[in-house]
Design a protein around this ligand. Sequence first.
Ligand SMILES: Nc1nc2c(c(=O)[nH]1)N[C@H]1C(S)=C(S)[C@@H](COP(=O)(O)OP(=O)(O)OC[C@H]3O[C@@H](n4cnc5c(=O)[nH]c(N)nc54)[C@H](O)[C@@H]3O)O[C@H]1N2
Ligand SMILES: Nc1nc2c(c(=O)[nH]1)N[C@H]1C(S)=C(S)[C@@H](COP(=O)(O)OP(=O)(O)OC[C@H]3O[C@@H](n4cnc5c(=O)[nH]c(N)nc54)[C@H](O)[C@@H]3O)O[C@H]1N2
Ligand code: SF4
Ligand SMILES: [Mo]
Length: 720
Amino acid sequence: MREAARIVHKTCNLCEAMCGLRIEVQGCEIKRIEGDPDDPYSRGALCPKAIALGEIQNDPDRLKKPLRRRGADWEEISWEAALEETAERIAGIQRKHGDDAVALYVGNPAAHSFGILFGLTPFTRALGTRSRYSASSLDQNPKHASSLLLFGHWLHLPIPDVERTSFMLMLGANPVVSGGSLMSAPRFSGTIRRLQERGGRLVVVDPRRSETAKLADEHWFIRPGADGWLLAALVHTVLDEKLGRESPAGARTDGREALAETLAPFAPEAVEATLGIDAGRVRALARAFAAAPSAVCYGRIGTCVHPFGTLNSWLVDVLNLLTGNLDRVGGAMFPHPALDLAGMISAQGGTGELNTGRTRVRGAPIFNGDMPTACLAEEIEAPGQGQVRGLITVAGNPVLSAPNGARLGRAMQGLSFYAAVDFYLNETTRHADLILPPSWSLEHDNYEALFHGFAIRNTAKFSPAALSPEPGQLDDFELLAELGLRLGARKGGALRKFALGLLRGRVPSVRTLLDLALRAGPHGDGFRPWRSGLRLRDLEASPSGIDFGPLGPGLDRILCTPDGRIDLAPTAMRDELTRLANELAAPSEQESFRLIGRRDVRTCNTWIHNTRVGTKGRERCTLLMHPDDASKLGLADEQTVRISSRVGKIEAPLELSSDLMPGVVSLPHGWGHHGPGLRMAVAEAHPGVSCNDLVDDAVLEPVVGNAVFNGVPVRIEAAD
Ligand SMILES: Nc1nc2c(c(=O)[nH]1)N[C@H]1C(S)=C(S)[C@@H](COP(=O)(O)OP(=O)(O)OC[C@H]3O[C@@H](n4cnc5c(=O)[nH]c(N)nc54)[C@H](O)[C@@H]3O)O[C@H]1N2
Ligand SMILES: Nc1nc2c(c(=O)[nH]1)N[C@H]1C(S)=C(S)[C@@H](COP(=O)(O)OP(=O)(O)OC[C@H]3O[C@@H](n4cnc5c(=O)[nH]c(N)nc54)[C@H](O)[C@@H]3O)O[C@H]1N2
Ligand code: SF4
Ligand SMILES: [Mo]
């Protein structure tokens, strides 16, 4: 008899929007995936990528058993053999060359996986390396640094209260396509419509008239990299014209005079020529922002992956603070998640540290123990004490996602050992000696432990497994924990070896850990069973999720600077303002085109191109250029062009678009699925090229060592 169909409620883990899904399953087959109208967070929203969840589940290229390299080929091996061999090879390198000789790279999907987030702690402890890299230094470390400087904790980010604001100023973000980032925002087009219906305004600042800019009340073009001048001029105007508004958060600040002094060179009139925006418009924007009943400024990728990424992110927060919009309804507020990840990190003594050292080869800054991923290739290549000889990647594809990815791929070939925790044989994992494929998200329990902390509303939802994994297959948590146990046993004495041996095959489940974390959280029973309080079983009884209501003031709860005050003039930011002012005096020549990225609603960084969802329809990996620029160069629509930078050359078809600012060209990242040894048939049929083969790994943001992806100088010419 055929099994009856059942509905499983899950949260889509592909982007930060946290769309609630209703997945109809029959036996081991997915019948349908649709938005869950009862989900209190997403209320039925979803995008085309949700369907890709099912395609990935059924993808014949998705790996299910560990693979060991045999020459140019691979052989399937048992889980036991794979775990033992990985632990042995890593421990061997560390015994000979020290713990730091093995590097760890953790990619973006890790942030969406409870199993990886919680599995990494015991694993990294066993690994004991300081060579820790992640996608955060390709992405949001500037935002974390701003929170650390202002509020004393890297993980407490102020999140725009978009459903109640009356004025939103957005720089370098495209949430209509991206789902929002560090502002989980399902179906943002509806959010914009509601803002406008209540008489509010959205102003978008972007070198491209993006999908979000098209729905905005105003769109301002800006030269890539010029946001610092605009933001500094806005804050300058607020101070200069005394537009600020007193607020409880403002009452906790020190250093206003010092800030005003450092901002002296940034009057709108003084930056006008460099910024290319009329000073009167900038002043009017500052006044409108400050006068609005509530307002929020928000900057994302376009302002982060940038030579002044930390300064930009900090100025965004300072603008909100000085206009009385921090920690206030309709401004930027601190979520109060049911699983208090930031609190758990604080309890382990980790509120964050700006400068935890310098990298070996280049002396680049290390933010909070996270090495700049743009430095990984040179750390593998350069001989000497501390050279990286072994590598583990977890849920990442840095050959396509990091600056000068081609160089990283070449460097990886020189490693003594590389193990990948991943279920695709892709541009990065093809260089591995061993691939350990965890179960796929539909096959294990999950909880968005991180993104509820960046949410625009306080909700909680459990995402149970919809299907069973392959017999014997481990989930990410089990995999990392088992690997950690084996590694720890090899590196410790006899007693440790014995103790860790007892735990093998007995690691707790995601459910057990989640229940503990919820009970310890702000709504939990605090492990006093006689008290009522949130437990996993409560989430299971509300499969669409539990609503704790809109964001509320929370600065008192989260502020953890040593003196309980907010410093508006930290040395690191004053130094950056001085550096920005010096650039004003000597603006860089701009003869070449400036390359920026873009995201498409059907893609997700580098990795869902092995689906029909990710590749359907028109070609997406095209170089956008303004028609006037093309005619100056004598180039035509759809023509193949060569794009060259200091580090590389690629070819792509041209797509003319007046949505782009003249002098700026745009290419999406995440493509380039070609070369030997891939196992992704659909992606290889739609390979595209990797824009990161053009991005210069020598250029870094100097405060946190973040990668700089936007504003890359490039030459464009017709291909031969
Ligand atoms: N030029 C340019 N480059 C960029 C950006 C840009 O805007 N422009 N954006 C940057 C940003 S914001 C980011 S976050 C990075 C992303 O950089 P990465 O994190 O390195 O890249 P992803 O494509 O997210 O990596 C996904 C990998 O994780 C695997 N994976 C997926 N789900 C799971 C899972 O549940 N478990 C495990 N173990 N593996 C899984 C996939 O198979 C794939 O190999 O890229 C950055 N690169
Ligand atoms: N569909 C889809 N959704 C995604 C992803 C995806 O790959 N595809 N990736 C996910 C990830 S990992 C992240 S981090 C988020 C990112 O989320 P967002 O930041 O919202 O997404 P981006 O499309 O990178 O938006 C950056 C915008 O900045 C603009 N920009 C570029 N340079 C500059 C500049 O110098 N100044 C200004 N003001 N603007 C500039 C670009 O034109 C672009 O419109 O998206 C997530 N969601
Ligand atoms: S916007 Fe799309 S990819 Fe993002 S969570 Fe929702 S369904 Fe998933
Ligand atoms: Mo990202």
